[in-house]
Design a protein around this ligand. Structure first.
Ligand SMILES: NC(=O)c1ccc[n+]([C@@H]2O[C@H](COP(=O)([O-])OP(=O)(O)OC[C@H]3O[C@@H](n4cnc5c(N)ncnc54)[C@H](O)[C@@H]3O)[C@@H](O)[C@H]2O)c1
Length: 316
């Protein structure tokens, strides 16, 4: 087997504001591994094995599924969630350990900066560092306002709460994680955006504001953290079969019709699975995604790819 590297010149000479920047391994051009049979396997050096994840809001839903998927691929995972979800979070970590993986649980309300700092410190101490911050924790206005989520009826504090959890807290988490991420060779931050980051839905103004915001925050932090070799990406799921979506559906006047409507523009007409989102997060964290930065990646079954409904193409 021979190793054929691309020219080293561009990253050796990289500077920012006149300073030399030390580029971490993921910023280097991929090592081209040429096997004896002559097959090139560019970028297939390794997956996420040995990487250290912090996942917020991971006692349930997409966060818990991502913790399980990441651990099954050999990553160490700090599961974290609100104190009220600690039992479920401990269970996720215990399940991972029982399956031979590495995980722990740490209580953290992401809207509390002190708790967030304690989470990052605990993860770094437990695993010897942090490679991946997955800002997953999120809420929807229906959880506090029920059906009362129109502009005229929803209380201001509900709007502020949604923006706080979904858009301000990821920034707070990033701020607390950066000192540790700077020490990592494969550092990245992965934010939970939504199809609501680019498209409006009825009675969704707080969620839409927060998810539109996190999409642009991702791009801005990708710029600010590029000199440290920290990639920042986000992904936009459509309806995924979790607690949050179930609650959202139940709040509707006609839950059955609402659920059908949720998938009636999807080219894969079903709810997405939490583990499918987990696989995307793990890919974004991996060295295989080393050239993806500042991106917003849809995971929506094709629902925003067109302007039709499934009955038009016989997909019902
Ligand atoms: N499920 C979907 O269809 C969907 C679609 C698009 C985007 N998303 C996003 O994916 C993320 C996860 O969604 P989900 O469907 O798994 O939700 P979920 O309600 O099933 O789980 C969210 C988790 O976040 C935790 N959480 C809430 N507030 C918190 C806080 N202040 N601090 C720490 N943890 C907190 C909850 O306790 C819960 O365990 C969210 O950001 C959501 O907006 C979900």
């Amino acid at each position: 087997m021979t190793y054929d590297c691309q020219p080293l010149v561009w990253y050796r000479s990289a500077t920012t504001a006149g300073r030399r920047v030390s580029m971490s391994r993921h910023n280097r051009p991929p090592v081209r591994i040429v096997s004896e049979s002559g097959n090139n396997k560019e970028g297939t050096e390794m997956g996420i094995e040995g990487m250290r994840f912090v996942i917020t809001g991971s006692a349930a839903g997409i966060g818990a599924a991502t913790a399980r998927v990441a651990a099954s691929k050999g990553a160490a995972v700090m599961v974290s969630d609100l104190a009220s979800s600690a039992e479920a979070g401990e269970r996720v970590a215990a399940d991972i350990r029982a399956a031979g993986g590495e995980a722990d649980f740490f209580t953290c309300d992401v809207t509390d900066a002190e708790q967030v700092e304690a989470l990052m410190a605990a993860a770094a101490e437990r695993f010897g560092g942090i490679d991946v911050l997955h800002n997953n924790a999120g809420v929807h206005e229906t959880a506090r306002a029920g059906e009362d989520t129109s502009l005229e009826t929803m209380p201001l504090e509900v709007f502020r709460w949604v923006v706080d959890v979904n858009a301000i807290a990821p920034w707070v988490c990033a701020k607390a994680a950066v000192p540790y991420l700077k020490e990592s060779d494969y550092a990245s931050i992965i934010n939970a955006a939504s199809t609501g980051s680019q498209s409006a839905y009825p009675r969704n103004s707080a969620y839409g504001t927060s998810k539109g915001g996190i999409r642009l925050q991702t791009q801005n932090l990708a710029v600010d953290l590029a000199p440290y070799g920290i990639r920042v990406n986000c992904y936009g799921p459509t309806a995924i079969a979790t607690e949050m979506v179930t609650r959202f559906v139940q709040q509707a006047e006609d839950p059955e019709a609402f659920e059908k409507a949720l998938v009636n523009t999807s080219l894969i007409p079903r709810l997405g699975l939490p583990s499918e989102v987990g696989e995307l997060v793990c890919f974004l964290a991996s060295p295989q995604a080393s050239f993806i930065n500042g991106a917003y990646i849809l995971i929506d079954g094709g629902s925003l790819a067109w302007r039709g409904t499934v009955d038009q193409i016989g997909l019902e």
